[in-house]
Design a protein around this ligand. Sequence first.
Ligand code: ADP
Ligand code: SF4
Length: 678
Amino acid sequence: MTSRYDILFQPIKIGPVTAPNRFYQVPHCNGFGWRMPQGMAAMRGMKAEGGWGVVCTEETEIHHTTDLSPYFEGRMWDDADIPAWQLMTEAVHKHGALAGIELTYNGHDAANLYSRAAAFGVRSMGIAGGGGYEPGQTRAASKDDLKQIRKWHRNAAIRAKNAGFDIIYCYAAHNMTLAFHLMSKENDRTDEYGGSLENRVRFFRELIEDTKDAVGDTCAVAVRFAVDELLGADGIQHDGEGREIVSMLAELPDLWDVNISNWANDSITSRFGKEGHQEKYISFVKQLTTKPVVGVGRYTSPDSMVSAIERGIMDIIGAARPSIADPFLPNKIKEGRHEDIRECIGCNLCVTGDTRFVPIRCTQNPTMGEEWRREWHPEIIAPKKKDDEILIVGAGPAGLEAARALGQRGYKVILTDAKREAGGRVLLESALPNLIEWRRVIDWRLTQIEKLKNIYFYRSSAMSAQDVLESGEPHVIIATGAKWRRDGVGRSNSHPITGSAKIFTPDDLMNGDLPSGNVVIYDDDHYYMGGVLAELLATNGCKVTLVTPAPTISAWTEFTLEQNRIYKRLLDLNVALLPHHLLASHTPTTATVTHAITSAETTLPCDAVVMVTDRTPNDSLYHELKPALADGRLKSLRVIGDAEAPNIIAQAVFAGHLAAREFGEVIDPDITPFKVER
Ligand code: ADP
Ligand code: SF4
């Protein structure tokens, strides 16, 4: 039967190789890197199993002078690195997909903290890699140095071919690689690699030519190029030099993988950018080349994908985040199961695998990063062992995922929630400014739950301990969430903050109880909540001061690549920002804050305080039921998610999934419950 989506499943020739379809997992970091090759390979293999026609690595260092530590990326320094990559190429080839490797020489983005080598740069310039402020500079690459780098790149390409890769990248994007910097306005060289655009493009052209010469007989040579840096005239622009560069190199590579720079622009969160947000920048590329073009833009809708191809924006749908949230997205489209697609919510928690140096996690897909160490499959779960029934109290992200996954295992599940609408905190938080896509956490789970006849969802059903026991259900999971504290106790204040101001919590605001006038938001949470509530109140006419003990506002959003945009949005809304300050006390008309270092006091006009500090787990039901477990009235009792330990949404989903996987198993607390790469 033909369908509108058939075009997505057409094979595409890329130089000497052929991709089985138009689904292409573009290079993405994952926090496993060279340190945990088995975890990395299993994660990539899962994408291939799910139907991605091409699966790529993350950026891969070609030499020890481009050592990206403390980040864990790929490594192809010498032949000893080949076996680790073979784990990946075999895992990808097993499912008929092509494997691509993104080779990189990063110049001043490489801090070389491990190798202690001097990185080669366009000129001697401050290191931008590592933590962003690593002391030290690059060594200006001489022409001989550039020749060396070309040789290292060539050798890495040959090693990549020997490791089984089908597509070898020359990488010039994300404002990180030496090739990209040579093309930029920072290049003040006076030799044949500086000055005119032709000169500045020379090195990249040479890399592509070398790579084609070295491996082009059997491997496709791809380029990854950022056509715009969103810096206006200060950077490469898609209607300026970006366009000229593509036109100069148009037919040289076998594939163009194009995006915008830097990473925060390329992987913009849903709070600031929507599906297809790069189209306006990249759409010119196809007009200048006959080679296949890959683009990204967090496409999760099959219709948007088909449309992007039909409108001539791209030939191949590139994806990092949509493939993380749903490794089986292509297969689901193929099978006409569009409603089963677990759509990325654009939160960028996945990015924090890289920025926090830990294996990748995903809010929507709790199995992401767990493929090897826990042997979790995103689509398959062990069937039930016997005919048990489980009562789950609370239908937030933890309860919903536990119910869904237990239901998938075949158990009979009774899910209850005090409210009429499912979703818990996600229901409330997704109604905050620009977080609407987060609703997908609820929508996907409810869709799956509705399909499973063995899950019974009772809305508007607040449960007391007596209700639970009277239900007669022998197995109980408590997923009752948490409440934001009202007293200011948190990381920085270990005692309640005294005073007589009108106090609000995020729960109050999200339930529609808004303050007015001068409002102090005290953010000792440091993720998105303080900033997003400042946005909410400022757009509702309050005069907002955001006070935080951290040296900067919404500090943790640096790791999700959002902090600059949050900063700008709050400044645009005239929110006063007061980092490095603790809230000390308050009256009905003032708030007194102290400087975190000097303790100097400042008094602010204040009609209301919003406390974004710690949360209190709603675990009383769990504690009230514990005696029933002890005396045998209950066979099992487990508390999960925010009711166990308040955390991010992803952790609640993970906790729900873990509870479902572990149900009926005997868990020995003395044994590490996953394999460890040593
Ligand atoms: P988590 O993030 O751990 O899933 P949430 O706070 O998002 O936690 O969700 C908890 C859900 O539990 C909320 O929808 C809330 O209405 C529900 N809930 C809390 N206490 C009870 C109770 N005693 N009976 C039924 N539902 C409850
Ligand atoms: Fe998407 Fe968030 Fe998952 Fe990343 S962590 S893939 S942004 S849902």
